[in-house]
Design a binder for this molecule. Structure first.
Ligand SMILES: [Cu+2]
Length: 127
């Protein structure tokens, strides 16, 4: 009798860790499903290069939520300012510096230091 009680006790001790392992495997599947659901929120990042007194590309197609990075590869300082509504106005960008804006709308913009020659546009897709 004592033997059979001891065997039963050992079986219960083995059973609990196995149940514990199975119960742990299900939350992992849930978190994998959550990761696929966030893909819709991914936006792209575009770079506008400033060089030879020009924005390149001069017309950039974007979506709301995209990030635009202006990179000054020129020899002198420049700025990035929208014409209307003050949607954005960068700091003065020394050579080698960048400035970033997250797109909220389409915008025509220019360089306040060279307004006669440096003009460009951000155009929303589907417009
Ligand atoms: Cu400029």
């Amino acid at each position: 009798m004592k033997n059979s009680v001891a065997v039963l006790g050992i079986r219960v001790c083995l059973l609990f860790p196995i149940l514990f392992l199975f119960s742990c495997s299900s939350p992992n599947k849930k978190s994998a499903a959550n990761q696929t659901g966030t893909k819709e929120n991914i936006h792209k990042v575009d770079t506008v290069t400033i060089n030879m007194m020009k924005f390149n590309p001069e017309i950039l197609k974007v979506d709301k939520g995209d990030t635009v990075i202006w990179l000054n590869k020129g020899m002198v300082a420049h700025t990035v300012k929208s014409y209307r509504d003050n949607k954005f106005y960068s700091d003065t960008l020394a050579p080698g510096k960048t400035w970033t804006w997250v797109v909220t709308d389409s915008a025509a913009y220019y360089c306040t230091l060279h307004p006669a020659t440096m003009m460009a546009k951000l155009l929303l897709n589907n417009k």
